[in-house]
Design a protein around this ligand. Structure first.
Ligand code: PMP
Length: 331
């Protein structure tokens, strides 16, 4: 351990945590990449740092400039912190259906936060288009565009994927995660397949997302809806396109929430909904593999960001997803 040169230099190199009790129950090892331990608290620190590094290298972002992004929260939090460190302004456009914790945190850390109505992507007032317009109209501004910007996926191909490979010493059978921009799944999948094409790559998709249909049938059909934040999308982004995915499954919110509470009670891991959904996916995929197999997934962020939602009894009751499992019978 040595002194890090900068705060953003501490992004990545996260531990790979064995989910000991879950692995014991399954007879297969589930390993979680602890992305919630990144300095900004989520997997999106990697993409944000890479996007800013890239904009600096291209000369697009100069001292005193502004970085603009439309985000479900975590990318905004990460961008705002790196922007503070490096002397940039940061404007974040966030839809109003995201947790108050993330919106308040963005304000606290100094982002210029614009909360907009959560409307469909086809609506020009969707947060994505609003962010692009703000960037176009602001002198010295750069639009991060995490969905289409290849720096996002590259960050995972160059860091997350190789870290997982090295931590496993090349011994892993499958990798599975959900996708928002697709940067994580595509980048990690490319890095792992390059090292060992036999590694199975799985996608676990929330309801209300088109990625499951895209992988299994090639259509963009959507079924149901989800309250799990940061994942699920109804279009194919450049960051997702071409990801070498072998297997896709859908996971309903109820099961992800059961898992979030189980992980807290039984593993001591206080995680967000997407991380819990990923663990459900990892467990279900592991069950299809021989005993003793090793499956890696991503623990995207921590539970603090969702205390008013998936860890709040009133919210759980209102959304009819109050956890009731005693063990892992929901798997
Ligand atoms: N989980 C959470 C909580 C997120 O904020 C995100 C990013 N939107 C993801 C998962 C998905 O990551 P990616 O954008 O790399 O697909």
């Amino acid at each position: 351990m040595s002194i890090s040169r900068t705060f953003s230099g501490t992004v990545g190199s996260t531990p790979l945590i064995p989910l000991v009790r879950l692995s014991h129950e399954l007879g297969r090892t589930i390993l979680g990449k602890a992305e919630f331990l990144n300095p900004g608290g989520s997997v999106k620190d990697r993409a944000a740092k890479a996007i800013i590094d890239d904009a600096e290298e291209r000369g697009a972002l100069r001292s005193g400039g502004t970085i603009v992004e439309g985000t479900a929260g975590n990318t905004g939090i990460a961008l705002a912190l790196v922007a503070n460190e490096r002397g940039y302004r940061c404007t974040i456009v966030i839809p109003d259906d995201q947790s108050m914790e993330k919106i308040e945190l963005l304000r606290t850390i100094g982002a210029d936060v614009r909360v907009v109505p959560a409307v469909a992507f086809t609506d020009p007032e969707n947060y994505y288009h609003v962010a692009r317009r703000i960037a176009e109209q602001t002198p010295g501004a750069v639009w991060a565009d995490q969905f289409e910007n290849p720096a996002n996926r590259r960050a995972h191909e160059q860091t997350t994927g190789p870290e997982i490979w090295e931590q496993c010493e090349g011994r892993l059978d499958a990798f599975i995660t959900s996708a928002g921009t697709g940067g994580t799944i595509a980048g990690v999948a490319l890095a792992l397949k390059k090292r060992d094409p036999r590694i199975i790559v799985g996608l676990c998709d929330p309801m209300g997302s088109a990625l499951y249909a895209h992988v299994t049938t090639g259509s963009l059909d959507v079924e149901g809806d989800s309250n799990v934040e940061g994942i699920g999308i109804k279009r194919i982004t450049k960051n997702f396109a071409g990801a070498p995915i072998d297997h896709a499954m859908r996971v309903v919110d109820r099961d992800a929430i059961e898992m979030a509470h189980w992980l807290l009670r039984r593993e001591g891991l206080f995680l967000g909904g997407s991380a819990a959904l990923n663990v459900v996916g990892a467990a279900r995929l592991a069950r299809t593999l021989p005993e003793g197999s090793r499956v890696v997934t991503i623990l995207c962020d921590g539970g603090q960001r969702y205390q008013s939602r998936i860890f709040n009894e009133t919210w759980l009751q209102e959304n009819d997803v109050l956890p009731c499992a005693r063990g892992l019978e929901f798997l």
